[in-house]
Write a protein that binds this ligand. Structure first.
Ligand SMILES: Nc1nc2c(c(=O)[nH]1)N[C@H]1C(S)=C(S)[C@@H](COP(=O)(O)O)O[C@H]1N2
Ligand SMILES: [Mo]
Length: 593
């Protein structure tokens, strides 16, 4: 998120708005004119001064955006944006109402004939993704300039995530499903048509490529690698919900997503003296009790980008959101192992349980890993063969129809598209068990490294990060307080008991409030000891330190074993950039208005 957005967003929230709908109408009229005349990135500045005020309001400069905030009505706009973001329909009401007002006011139809609008290429549209350059989106083949809409809405910065691309998925994200109404609102902002070639491309993006059957992903995700698909959500959105919606849940794929037919799906459980057990999806759902847990999944590479800044590491450059928290339902691995013949005899030699996915590389090798038997068989281990995520069938990106969920353990062990389970005296021999997902000394380089010298990562260390404000955000001095938000979690079922936050680079600390649920919603009951699989969201609102021009905000979590996060990265640096859990730091600027 560019910092200027934050400055606009934060100062707007504090601004003293005065209702002025006529300014809106002037703005709108100015907009209509430019719509027929100048269209381009400079159009606001070039707009004819029908009303000097409106032109000023249309200005794309940041200061003007900000001063405009004082001339509008905060409360009602807040409602509108709340409506937009929650899909309550308030925004639709606004849109329709406004549409009518304008129509009456203008005395003529505001709907501009499509044929008279210019045609834009996708490239042209993508150039407009900021308040400075204008915020353009496409919707059903039309091109819309929604700069004004975004600029006027506190929280409108979230719509900016759609800037320069298709709007459809964003309306869907905020549950505004009625596309006719969306079109009606948008019609006021139409500036052109998308070129037929680019519309076709948008429609049939699928080509002859091994990843062509991969599912669609939400464009809000920050893509680290397209093929295979790896992406994480923007921090401020992740931190918004205790249970991460699956569209926002980070996706970490080593290969293409396999297409699995649920009717012919079989899970093979092998390695037992009595032979293999083959289970259909139906068998899993009907023969075993259904068990539900809320568990956080974190990739071993979460926050690798911070480590990468200290000294280059190998791997996807994850930010702070290769982590998510979901409600997983399925059967206990324990129950399936018992059904397959686990008992005292098997316990004598069995030490590991291997998992193999149905995703295979060109040599036919499947993704695979293993976990220790005690975690797999223990009732308290809560290892699931999950067929639901957040109450729905597991989405294909997350392992449809069945995935393993090993709570408290590094994401790499939670094998998706599970095809095979093998009980064994040995660890999995797979690359991902033996050569990857291991931690090393900061002094170990690629010449010296011996993978056999380190154990496979299982339980993860204590972790926390700041989701709001973003690094580089600009905060207005007129804000008397500052709210810092984030997540905290620890591996092995250890519960986070405290999060400390500093606004002054670690000189002084305050204790954040922990939450196990969404704001204003009932919280999840405390987990049984040793089974705290889910993260906690935390928040601190504190007075803005006087005089400081820049703040270094830090967070650090403490779990119930009193494990703490290391303060800096260099002593935990490792060549693969794994286990990056140093104090999280963001810097924000404080400006005088
Ligand atoms: N079959 C299979 N399972 C897999 C992977 C994979 O590539 N293939 N990636 C693993 C890794 S490294 C992580 S962090 C998690 C990510 O799960 P998610 O994509 O549902 O977030 O899945 C794990 N399970
Ligand atoms: Mo991972």
């Amino acid at each position: 998120m560019p910092s200027d957005l934050h400055s606009v967003g934060l100062s707007r929230r504090q601004a003293d708005y005065g209702a002025d709908i006529s300014a809106m109408l002037l703005l709108r009229r100015c907009h209509s004119l430019t719509r027929l005349g100048h269209v381009g990135t400079q159009r606001y500045r070039a707009a004819p001064s029908l009303a000097s005020r409106a032109v000023r309001l249309c200005s794309s400069s940041r200061d003007d955006q900000r001063s405009y905030q004082h001339a509008n009505n905060g409360a009602s706009w807040k409602h509108i944006v709340a409506g937009l973001l929650t899909g309550t329909g308030v925004v639709l009401t606004y849109g329709l109402h406004h549409h009518e007002v304008e129509r009456a006011d203008a005395g003529s139809s505001t709907t501009v004939e499509s044929s008279r609008l210019p045609v834009f290429s996708h490239d042209e549209v993508t150039k407009h993704r900021s308040l400075e350059d204008g915020v353009w989106v496409t919707f059903k083949g039309g091109v819309y300039d929604i700069t004004e809409f975004v600029a006027m809405h506190p929280g409108g910065n979230k719509i900016l995530l759609a800037a320069g691309g298709a709007l459809e998925p964003f309306w869907a994200l905020y549950a505004v499903h009625d596309q006719d109404h969306v079109l009606e609102i948008l019609s006021q902002y139409k500036v052109g048509e998308l070129s037929p070639e680019d519309l076709k491309k948008q429609e049939d993006a699928k080509s002859l490529d091994p990843y062509s059957s991969d599912p669609e992903r939400h464009p809000v995700l920050r893509v680290k690698c397209k093929k295979p698909f790896n992406a994480e959500p923007p921090p401020e959105i992740l931190g918004d919900s205790y249970i991460t919606p699956h569209v926002l849940f980070f996706k970490r794929n080593h290969l293409s997503v396999p297409q699995v037919d649920p009717a012919s799906y079989r899970l093979n459980v092998e390695g037992f003296p009595g032979g293999a057990l083959s289970l259909s999806l139906e068998d899993l759902k009907t023969r075993f009790p259904k068990h539900t847990i809320i568990a956080t999944m974190q990739c071993a590479g979460n926050r690798r980008s911070e480590m990468n800044k200290v000294k280059r590491v190998n791997g996807l450059n994850w930010g702070i959101t290769a982590i998510g928290n979901a409600k997983w339902s399925g059967v206990r691995l324990r129950d399936v192992l018992l059904a397959a013949g686990f008992g005292p005899e098997v316990a004598k030699w069995a030490r590991h349980v291997h998992f193999e996915g149905l995703d295979k590389d060109v040599t036919g090798t499947a993704y695979g890993t293993s976990i220790p038997i005690n975690k797999a068989i223990s009732e308290e281990g809560d290892v699931l063969l999950a067929y639901e995520m957040n109450g729905e069938d597991i989405p294909s990106d997350h392992g449809f129809p069945v995935r393993v969920v090993v709570p408290g353990v590094v994401g790499a062990r939670s094998v998706k598209w599970l095809g095979r389970i093998v009980i064994s005296a040995e660890e999995s021999s797979s690359h991902w068990q033996q050569h990857d997902y291991k931690g090393f000394s900061p002094g170990t380089d690629w010449k010296k490294v011996d993978p056999k010298s380190a154990p496979a990562i299982q339980e993860l260390p204590v972790q926390s990060a700041i989701t709001v404000p973003a690094d580089g955000a600009v905060i207005d001095r007129s804000n008397e307080t500052l709210t810092v938000k984030g997540y905290a979690w620890s591996g092995g079922g250890r519960e986070v008991v405290r999060v400390d936050v500093s606004l002054d680079g670690g000189k002084t600390w305050q204790v954040a409030q922990l939450r196990s649920g969404d704001e204003g919603q009932p919280t999840e009951p405390s987990p049984p000891p040793g089974r705290a699989w889910a993260w906690k969201l935390w928040e601190l609102t504190a007075p803005l330190p006087p005089e400081a021009e820049e703040l270094e905000i830090i967070c650090k979590a403490v779990d119930n074993s009193y494990n703490v996060q290391p303060d800096t990265i260099p002593p935990i640096w490792n060549l693969r950039g794994l286990l990056s859990n140093a104090w999280h730091r963001v810097k924000v600027k404080v400006t005088e208005d």
